[in-house]
Design a protein around this ligand. Structure first.
Ligand SMILES: *Cc1c(COP(=O)(O)O)cnc(C)c1O
Length: 451
């Protein structure tokens, strides 16, 4: 058995480079989805040359990708991958480290710890936070809420990991009406119930209304949001947090992309008050532009998360090092801290600030250009999200579809306060101002053709 085939690896690199070089010039939506059928068929009975496997994957698979790593993808909240992060990802794939422990991968364990410190510094969060590196904001929220569940119930004299939730003291859970759907998923997974929670009404930007937050007493979990997925708006943390802290509540924030505002001085005011939280969930695969999958949860009370995710077996290491597995629901895992470290190393503090500020400025330019063309902007553009209506819901839906088919850029749709809207989310390092102008022209042209 040959352990290594350099030609194959060079071929993979050549194909990957050629793919990346083609991104700016190709339609953004996937083409050739029907050709994926060629990848199906019965399970091969025997081996095949890896070079043929790779060629087939490239021929059939590459055209069926969405060019979300390119400069004109504005769907969901999707970053690309920075050159340093992509390159580090390739090297780390070769390393094939199991990042669960210091023993299984010193480099992965140490790099996580360094990246954690850098992120805390960059976001101006309290210095001595613990952190978990997980797959994305869904799991980062899950970790923050699992830690909250542990601590609130332990304080009420109940060991939830041992005895579960049946018969446990009740925890009041307060959530904004416009919280992200995955927050409810995480609450459901943790036994809090998706519908048992108190939903605080939101204002016209999707912010939790501070005047509608109920009086807090007894074990309480307050879930805030920094960065509404439609409008980009932030809950009024400065108004809500002091009383919640005073009452002993655990305050968690879903700041999947909003936390990055704290890294850009012109936007940091949006994050004011959120430094009072107990746990913060964010994504690195969105605004930091690292490879999927990558999210981080920061917590004041790392011991609570360790208790919630504790695992013990005679073969598991106990060392003086920070053990990644002690802070996450997963055990074996990839070394996702590597790309975060590489991205932060290559951008530096000022590079992250510039990226965030540039994308926000570009979002504002989209709003300005579309408004000038007579289209209605439905949100206050405070961050990187823009909601556009082209008149009736039917026309807006038609324009969204036609923009995706036209291929210059890709924008998704949503429903915002009962109206169909196009969502433009600017979160990629690769988006230049010229890409914004080209995309604006394309959207306006397509709208003219779809009256
Ligand atoms: C994207 C997003 C999530 C979900 O994050 P994943 O990385 O997809 O798990 C949660 N909350 C908000 C506000 C988001 O924007």
């Amino acid at each position: 058995m040959t352990p290594l085939d350099p030609d194959l690896m060079h071929d993979a690199a050549r194909r990957a480079i050629s793919y990346l070089e083609g991104l700016p010039g190709r339609p953004v939506a996937a083409r050739g989805v029907d050709d994926l059928a060629a990848l199906a068929g019965p399970l091969p009975e025997g081996p095949c040359d890896p070079a043929d496997v790779l060629a087939m994957l490239d021929r059939c698979g590459s055209p069926a990708t969405v060019a979300s790593a390119g400069p004109r993808y504005f769907g969901f909240v999707t970053g690309g991958t920075l050159p340093a992060a992509a390159a580090a990802n390739w090297l780390a794939a070769a390393w094939d480290q199991n990042a669960f422990s210091f023993v299984s991968s010193p480099v992965a364990a140490v790099i996580e710890e360094i990246a954690l410190g850098w992120l805390i510094d960059m976001f101006h969060l309290p210095e001595d936070l613990s952190g978990a590196f997980v797959t994305g904001a869904t799991m980062a929220n899950f970790c923050g809420l699992a830690a909250a569940r542990h601590r609130l119930l332990a304080d009420a004299g109940w060991d939830v990991e041992r005895h579960g939730l049946f018969g446990a003291p009740e925890i009041k859970v307060i959530v904004g009406a416009e919280a992200h759907t995955v927050l409810f998923k995480a609450l459901g997974l943790l036994g809090f119930g998706r519908e048992r929670v108190i939903r605080v009404p939101a204002d016209d930007q999707g912010r939790m209304r501070a005047d509608a937050v109920p009086v807090i007493e007894g074990p309480t979990l307050v879930c805030l949001q920094a960065g509404n997925v439609n409008t980009g708006a932030f809950d009024p943390a400065a108004e809500i947090c002091p009383a919640a802290r005073e009452a002993g509540a655990w305050i968690h924030v879903d700041s999947a992309f909003g936390l990055w505002a704290a890294a850009a001085s012109e936007r940091a005011h949006l994050f004011a008050g959120f430094e009072q939280c107990d746990s913060w969930a964010t994504d690195a695969h969105k605004w930091l532009n690292v490879s999927y999958d990558s999210g981080v949860c920061f917590l004041r009370d790392g011991e609570a998360l360790k208790a919630a995710t504790a695992a013990a077996a005679p073969y598991l290491p106990t060392s003086e090092h920070r053990e990644p597995f002690a802070f996450t629901p997963e055990s074996s895992r990839r070394a996702r801290g590597v790309e975060i470290w590489a991205a932060l190393s290559s951008l530096g503090r000022s590079g992250v600030a510039e990226l965030v500020e540039r994308n926000c400025r570009q979002a504002a330019r989209f709003a300005e250009g579309l408004a000038e063309a007579g289209h209605e902007i439905l949100n206050d553009v405070v961050l990187n999200q823009v909601l556009v209506s082209f008149g009736s819901d039917e026309r807006t839906a038609r324009v969204i579809q036609a923009v995706q088919e036209e291929g210059t850029c890709w924008c998704g749709g949503t429903t915002w306060q009962g109206r169909t809207a196009m969502r433009i989310s600017v979160s990629s390092w690769a988006t230049g101002d010229d890409d914004v102008e080209r995309s604006l022209d394309a959207i306006i042209r397509v709208a003219q053709r779809n009256p």
